[in-house]
Write a new protein. Structure first.
Length: 234
């Protein structure tokens, strides 16, 4: 479904990604793990058209989308739950969700999708008239996911979904991500929580200093000595 080939990305003279290649098949959860500054968020931003790579290609369902603006990437069916949630704080929960359905691909099913999202996240239904900025961190993350779902994505990229959340809420986030995958959504998961992400991932890639250093099944990477020492403290 998604194929990234030999991607290079620079911020000025600093190289953030160097020859990054990966692929995601329909129905998979693929995790990208690595330390702070490894290039994980840069990779998502390059895929989503927020940053323009210097070299390489991004293909979605065989179509070259390299360098497309973000709104066009969204229309192909790629959703993005950004790091830090980035809800509209002065809009209500309902208005935030409605913003997610502005895509042409999503308008016809907006009512049905809204009902599905509110059923999935009862707390959002309870707080639909409340300003998003007054929600807890976990509730805002649910809202960010719900807003993404309103756009009818086929693939969702999650950028650090557990960042800044309490441990109990972190477990809930990973349960939600696994549930979305079981419903048929393809997931690209960028996450510092290496153990939790590799436990639910079909496959994973380890990104270090802008390069893919390891790849394999999630269970294989969890048992890899290098991963265990560098990221799990074992």
């Amino acid at each position: 479904m998604l194929q990234v080939s030999a991607l290079d990305l620079f911020y000025g003279d600093a190289q953030a990604l160097a020859g990054v290649s990966l692929d995601i098949a329909a129905g998979e959860i693929v995790a990208i793990v690595g330390a702070n500054g490894a290039g994980k968020s840069s990779l998502i931003r390059a895929i989503h058209g927020i940053e323009t790579p210097a070299r390489g290609t991004v293909r979605f369902d065989g179509t070259d989308i390299t360098g497309w603006p973000s709104y066009r990437v969204c229309e192909t069916g790629i959703g993005h739950v950004a790091e830090g949630r980035q809800v509209f704080p002065n809009l209500t929960v309902l208005e935030n969700l409605e913003m997610g359905a502005v895509l042409k691909r999503a308008r016809a099913a907006e009512k049905a999708t809204l009902e599905r999202v509110l059923a999935m996240f009862p707390r959002l239904a309870e707080r639909r008239k409340q300003s998003a900025g007054t929600l807890s961190g976990g509730e805002q993350q649910m809202l960010a996911i719900g807003r993404c779902l309103m756009g009818q994505p086929r693939l969702i990229m999650f950028d650090e979904p557990s960042l800044g959340l309490a441990p109990a809420i972190v477990q809930e986030m990973f349960r939600i991500i696994r549930g979305l995958n079981e419903e048929g959504l393809t997931i690209l998961l960028v996450e510092q929580n290496v153990m939790a992400s590799l436990r639910i991932a079909h496959r994973g890639y380890v990104l270090e200093n802008g390069r893919i250093e390891l790849q394999g099944a999630g269970s294989e990477l969890l048992s890899n000595d290098r991963v265990r020492q560098a990221y799990l403290g074992l």
